[in-house]
Design a protein around this ligand. Structure first.
Ligand code: UD1
Ligand code: UDP
Length: 353
């Protein structure tokens, strides 16, 4: 039996790993050792996903979070290396573009353990984003690159990956697998009493939260939308909550704690529009037929902009409000099957075997 060691640590990675872990469990040829770095640690940022999505308890829980990027990544590197030396897996599996992704890939590469990267090839072409650094370096260290989209494959070709002795495989997006698999488990958040067609908002990217001008412009837009267009529902990331409190900004929207995945699916199913700076939530809007307005200057999911399902508005108050007004209530149809239709995890595992 081949042993795979999977490194996860942040909310979107739990959701991605849930479907792949399930597919691994269905294969006799593979066994998975799960390592949680601890990057996300609040119950509503971590435990809730293990409980709802049936992810096995991690074999290793490192409890590493906070600090600067270098410190967090470095501490993870030290501890992941120890686990790899003990477990001696045949391959390490990493997801996405967080500090946990980079630490997992680097620890493995230094020990000459092959790395497979799920969500490879995505680029924003903005090196100011920590995620861009993490994903470029992780791709460089991997010998199996599981790409979710044609754009991701094209990015890797442009960087010369098609001439390397490694595998670049378009498998579709594992987040669509999760959305399809868990769609019928949707439940409303506790004490939620809004009618349909509210604006579902998430906000946590460093480029927005750590830039006072951008953050203020976004908060102004949310307050305006909440007062003039439709109620804004904002399950608020702890990072953003902390900064908004520190800055003394006033948010009049319906701010709630981060919700579990089943509650998030329910909100996606019942909203009129998604307003976000999240990577994953941009696609989930599309999976659930909702228009998306993205508060960023670039997106890695460029195909959504090309088909008109998503609009980039940066952190410009007026642009945000105008786009929400224009797109609220539209219905989006996935005619092009941009993300593979929910079969990515099985493909990933087939190649791993
Ligand atoms: C990380 C990822 C980002 C991803 C996001 C998903 C990096 C560089 N960034 O950003 O790509 O989109 O996760 O949500 O890896 N905090 C808590 N409780 C938690 C988690 C975080 O209080 O359970 C607070 C802490 O104050 C922490 C801050 O949020 O210092 C930021 O957390 P961190 O993991 O560094 O980055 P994210 O913004 O979550
Ligand atoms: N999500 C969730 N509860 C929330 C907010 C987000 O379950 O309160 C889910 C969301 O549905 C998606 C994932 O978390 O599956 C996206 O994670 P996040 O936005 O934190 O990170 P990103 O995708 O930007 O890296």
């Amino acid at each position: 039996m081949k042993k795979i060691l999977t490194v996860i640590g942040a909310r979107p990675q739990f959701i991605k790993a849930s479907v792949v872990s399930k597919a691994i469990q269905e294969k006799d040829a593979l066994t998975e050792v799960l390592l949680h770095t601890g990057q996300h640690f609040d119950a509503n940022m971590s435990d809730v996903f293990f409980n709802q999505l049936g992810i096995p308890r991690p074999h290793y829980q490192l409890d590493i979070h906070g600090g600067n990027h270098g410190e967090m990544t470095g501490r993870m590197l030290i501890e992941i290396e120890k686990v790899l030396l003990r477990e001696k897996p045949e391959r390490v599996l990493v997801y996405g573009d967080t500090n946990s992704t980079l630490a997992g890939a680097l620890a493995a590469a230094k020990l000459h353990i092959p790395v497979a990267h799920v969500e490879a090839g995505l680029r924003s072409f903005n090196m100011q984003m920590p995620e861009e650094i993490n994903r470029i370096l992780t791709d460089q260290m991997s010998d199996i690159l599981f790409c979710p989209t044609d754009a991701a494959v094209a990015n890797l070709s442009a960087e010369g990956f098609d001439k390397k002795p490694i595998q670049v495989l378009k498998v579709g997006d594992v987040m669509q697998d999760a959305a399809v698999f868990f769609a019928r488990q949707a439940i409303p958040p506790q004490k939620f009493n809004l009618a349909d067609k509210f604006i579902l908002t998430t906000l946590h990217r460093a480029e927005n939260t750590d830039n006072p001008e951008r953050l203020t412009a976004i908060v102004d837009a949310l307050n305006k939308i909440h007062a003039e267009i439709a109620p804004v529902v904002l399950p608020l990331h702890p990072r953003t909550r902390k900064i908004i409190q520190e800055k003394g900004l006033t948010l009049t929207a319906n701010v709630i704690d981060p919700v579990g995945y089943f509650e998030m699916i329910w909100l996606l199913q019942h909203c009129g529009l998604v307003l976000t700076d999240s990577g994953g939530v941009q696609k989930e809007a599309y999976f659930f037929g909702k228009p998306c307005v993205t508060m960023r200057d670039q997106t890695e999911w460029i195909e959504l902009v090309e088909v008109g399902a998503n609009e980039l508005v940066g952190a410009d108050t007026q642009k945000i409000v105008d786009a929400v007004k224009r797109k609220n209530g539209q219905t989006i149809v996935d005619e092009a099957q941009l993300y593979g239709g929910g079969h990515a995890a099985v493909e990933v595992v087939r190649h791993l075997v």
